[in-house]
Design a protein around this ligand. Structure first.
Ligand SMILES: Nc1ncnc2c1ncn2[C@@H]1O[C@H](COP(=O)(O)OP(=O)(O)OP(=O)(O)O)[C@@H](O)[C@H]1O
Ligand SMILES: [Mg+2]
Length: 253
């Protein structure tokens, strides 16, 4: 069954048709990768899935409900968590505080700045956040200010922030960008384990084909705002159209 249904989604920025007519189904409990050249429209599509952008045409349904026009915390409450291409963390706050805020917002519907001390006393939320930081090998950084973290560690923090919310659908836009290979491999292992343990669906946008072929069960190739082909990883690897779309960009596809 498709947990995410994208139908006829189009998005224009001025004279540029960033998304043409996108149709995409993401099946429940799968890892679905969306790949394609720079500027193909991958992030625009993801932003349309989480209410950050409203498409000009089409519909986006999550578990039978439209996500369009909803506020970020409403999207979280529906069970969708996301890592955007550009990190969205509070640099002045600690790693732990960044972990707690979205969990609190998801539970209570909105985040109130004055409530940080209150959140720190919410034992169930704190325990979940600590568990994720341990899983991400970041527990020793819990009091570090997020602004002083490396690019790769910021990504790892954002993934941990999402997983602590226990989402049903996890949307990741280049989650391993800037990570050392060892951290990338640990992140792949963690996502695989969580996928085995939880009722979770993952849609991942990625340029690193090592990540794509380690995780994905289904792959959609997007080119010039339109899905070019969708298939299993094995079929995608040898697909001539994929080579065309990736010419000079990756050897693995
Ligand atoms: N807010 C915006 N205003 C105008 N043009 C935009 C905006 N956002 C994206 N675009 C354009 O839309 C097209 C698709 O961009 P998008 O960021 O979705 O591509 P992408 O596939 O995610 O690329 P990359 O792999 O480089 O991240 C690009 O030509 C981009 O310049
Ligand atoms: Mg992008």
């Amino acid at each position: 069954m498709a947990i995410l249904e994208v139908k006829n989604v189009g998005k224009r920025f001025g004279g540029l048709q960033a998304l043409g007519d996108v149709n995409l189904n993401v099946e429940e409990n799968t890892v679905h990768a969306i790949i394609g050249p720079n500027g193909a429209g991958k992030s625009t599509l993801l932003n349309c899935l989480v209410g950050k952008l409203i498409p000009d045409t089409g519909s986006v349904m999550f578990d039978g409900q439209s996500v369009l026009g909803r506020k970020p915390f409403e999207i979280n409450q529906m069970g969708i968590s996301r890592v955007f291409q550009t990190p969205e963390i509070f640099g002045d706050l600690t790693v732990m505080e960044n972990m707690l805020i979205p969990c609190f917002a998801k539970r209570d519907g909105a985040f109130r700045m004055h409530a940080l001390e209150t959140i720190a006393n919410e034992q169930d939320i704190v325990a979940k956040a600590e568990e994720m930081l341990v899983d991400m090998n970041m527990i020793d950084k819990r009091e570090m200010h997020a602004a002083s973290m490396s690019r790769g560690d910021k990504r790892r923090l954002e993934i941990a922030m999402c997983l602590a919310q226990d989402p049903r659908l996890l949307l990741l836009d280049e989650p391993t960008a800037g990570m050392a290979r060892a951290d990338t491999n640990n992140t792949i292992d963690l996502l695989k384990r969580i996928k085995d343990e939880r009722d979770i669906t993952i849609a991942i946008i990625e340029h690193d084909m090592h990540v794509v072929f380690s995780l994905a069960e289904r792959i959609t190739v997007l080119a010039q705002g339109t899905p070019l082909v969708e298939d299993t990883p094995d079929k995608i690897k040898g697909h001539p159209k994929v080579r065309e779309a990736y010419l000079g960009e990756t050897q693995a596809a």
